[in-house]
Design a protein around this ligand. Structure first.
Ligand code: MF3
Ligand code: CO
Ligand code: CO
Length: 264
């Protein structure tokens, strides 16, 4: 089944939600430093989302699979070897050199904006810095592959090629997703694959690209909390995410931050 494109009115709602999600990441940056707990970061984001921008934090009580317990917090905080879906907790205090992904999804007026960014607590090691930079480049390569007539597989192929050129690996168990009134919608946007494969992109489609790239092997394990995903080899993992609109000429990054002035 082909993915239904959004109408101009729906796209405008997605622009609003995307901009607001981006603003959460812009707000939280100065708070990410050694000594802060991931629960404190969650509280700051929760209060900002609810009180300052009048949105709903989509992760709170969200569950995707039958039997999976509802996610108990408002953001995901994934530190070092945590790949994704880390649960904020007062027990996780950032130390110098930690790297953390903060993943924010807000609902405004029924529409979702989903975005994540890597932050450093203090000065990172050389490997962490390189992994984080290459993973952001993977996201940008994926975005550059988006235009009408391109295939979904072009996105994954571009990401995989860049990661592997740097001898990093691509996590396969999680992917980007269609997004709109629904948090996780069709299509699935794989971060690996073959050029020319998969659905053809058309203007008005909205989806996320959110590559998870590992410094070591690609394999992951889920913790007994049924949410936290870690690398099997306990080596570092990084992730960056944007919500993307396919436009008549290419793409628009709905969750673009002010620091990303070079993106469309
Ligand atoms: N924001 C994540 C994504 O990019 C999903 C998190 S689900 C949650 O798709 F429940 F953990 F928040
Ligand atoms: Co997402
Ligand atoms: Co996300």
């Amino acid at each position: 089944m082909p993915t239904t494109p959004k109408t101009p009115e729906e796209i405008e709602k997605m622009r609003v939600a995307g901009r607001l999600a981006a603003s959460v990441l812009e707000m939280i940056g100065e708070h990410v430093r050694p000594g802060v707990t991931t629960e404190e970061l969650d509280r700051l984001c929760h209060d900002y989302i609810v009180n300052d921008i009048d949105c709903i934090p989509a992760p709170l009580n969200y569950s995707n699979a039958p039997g999976q317990p509802p996610f108990p917090k408002s953001i995901c905080t994934s530190v070092n070897h945590v790949v994704c879906h880390g649960i904020p907790t007062p027990k996780k205090r950032l130390k110098k050199g930690d790297v953390i992904n903060i993943d924010v999804t807000v609902i405004k007026d029924g529409w979702h904006g989903d975005t994540s960014k890597m932050f450093f607590a203090g000065k990172p090691g050389v490997l962490a810095e390189r992994l984080v930079r290459v993973t952001q480049e993977c996201l940008y390569r994926g975005i550059e592959a988006v235009r009408p007539g391109a295939h979904l597989g072009d996105i994954g192929a571009a990401i995989q090629a860049h990661a592997q050129a740097h001898r990093f690996s691509v996590v396969r168990e999680f992917c980007g997703h269609g997004i709109g009134r629904t948090f996780h919608d069709a299509p699935q946007v794989l971060h690996y694959g073959t050029r020319g494969s998969g659905e053809v992109l058309r203007p008005g489609m909205t989806f996320t690209i959110e590559p998870m790239i590992n410094a070591g092997r690609r394999h992951v394990r889920m913790l007994p909390d049924y949410w936290t995903v870690v690398t099997k080899d306990h080596k570092l993992s990084a992730q960056w995410e944007h919500t993307i609109l396919v436009t008549p000429t290419g793409s628009e990054v709905l969750t673009r931050r002010a620091e990303e002035s070079t993106l469309n």
